[in-house]
Design a protein. Sequence first.
Length: 496
Amino acid sequence: MPDTRSGERADSPRVLFAVAELAPWMKTGGLAEVAATLPVALRVAGVDARILVPAYPGVREALRGARVAAEVTQPGGAYPPVLLLAGATPAGVPVFAVDCPTLYARGGDPYCDAAGRDWPDNHLRFGLLSKIAALAAAGLPGLEWVPHILHCNDWHTGLAPAYLHFAGTPHPRSVFTIHNIGYQGIFPRDTLEALALPPRAFAMDGVEYHGKLSFLKAGIQYADALTTVSPTHAREIQGEQLGFGMGGLLRERAAALTGILNGFDTEQWNPATDMHLVQRYDSGTLEAKAANKTALQRRVGLPVTDDMPLLGVVSRLTHQKGLDLLLAVARKIRELPAQLVVLGSGDKALERQFTALARTRRDRCAVIIGFDEALAHLIEAGADIFVMPSRYEPCGLNQMYSLRYGTPPVVRATGGLADTVVDCDETALASGTANGFVFTERTPQALLAALGRTVATWRDRTRWRQLQRNGMRADFSWRASAQRYCELYRTLVVAA
């Protein structure tokens, strides 16, 4: 585990990283992984980064016995009093947990109940997180640490820059990172008073969005700097198609917007040390990868064979991820020929369709609904090819895992997929840059054509080995991206 102690230089930025999820305590997707790993890299790079997160039951349990760092008895509006608990993540990053049992001590995930229905008070739950982030950034009585920068993430903390703006007092600079612009935190206009925002905030150049209130728009409107999680996605979200209604505002704020590619935990995702694998390997021992394919086939009930490639998917089953495109061509996978294993959950209709496919194609297709960390690792190692046909993908992590595991990905050219996967044509293969297969059109036919090219290349074992090693050489750790965040923080501090 890296040393997470930040440097003590006088110019070291102090950054409060406010986020709705934090692995391993509360996780629904990649946001939780970013929250757990980026602050580690920032501290290694010399930033005094600390995390602010709601005290969900899993967080409270992990921080059992933590000291009370501050108490906020009157947050304003309809917000109840809270305690701010101080502890540390498993990686040693200091963490503040917003302890408010009436809003956070409940089952389900951070956003929905066990039946998948949005919590009716989500405006208060994440409004409070934003409010405490703003108060802590400006300096809370009893909290000896005051940041230079408040770094907010996605709509759940989007009101924090607005609270700073309307406070009317000197306050630290703010960064707002858009991880998934498709989720915008939209609530009725009459929540404005409960959220302790002044009436003048409800304006076209404020938090108003088509007659309602948008947390995401608030973050975009009021933060000093905006980032998203890949350079290509930073361009995409300024357009109409992938701006999801925010493209015009993002074009206005283009000078403040930067695309910084996400990294990942290269210790957790390392085929040479991964304890979830039956046989560990690296780029010099790729022949050992085959044992994981055999183990995966047996685990999911597929015939054990190496005469055809095994395609792997680990994903939320949603329209965004393009899994309906895969369904449309899944029956033709038999003709490639290839096997398919899918691990994921999400849209109930897609779950049913994938499950039905597996029932009728037991010799070629296995589907596991849900999530299993060990199986996710085994799929990355045991599959020959990883499939990500996303309609849009702000960054994506699984294609990076796949490259590291010598499992060339098939991706659509969007967002971080376009920034990390280089199509295997003759020129790119000869130059040593090719590491996967890319298609452009959002159609089943384009996906099937890409899969056909991929399977044909898989049969040429010499070219396939070169492709695998190209991908395994890439560095997708947080090192370079954390440095870019450091530069952004320092620029903002100097400009303050």
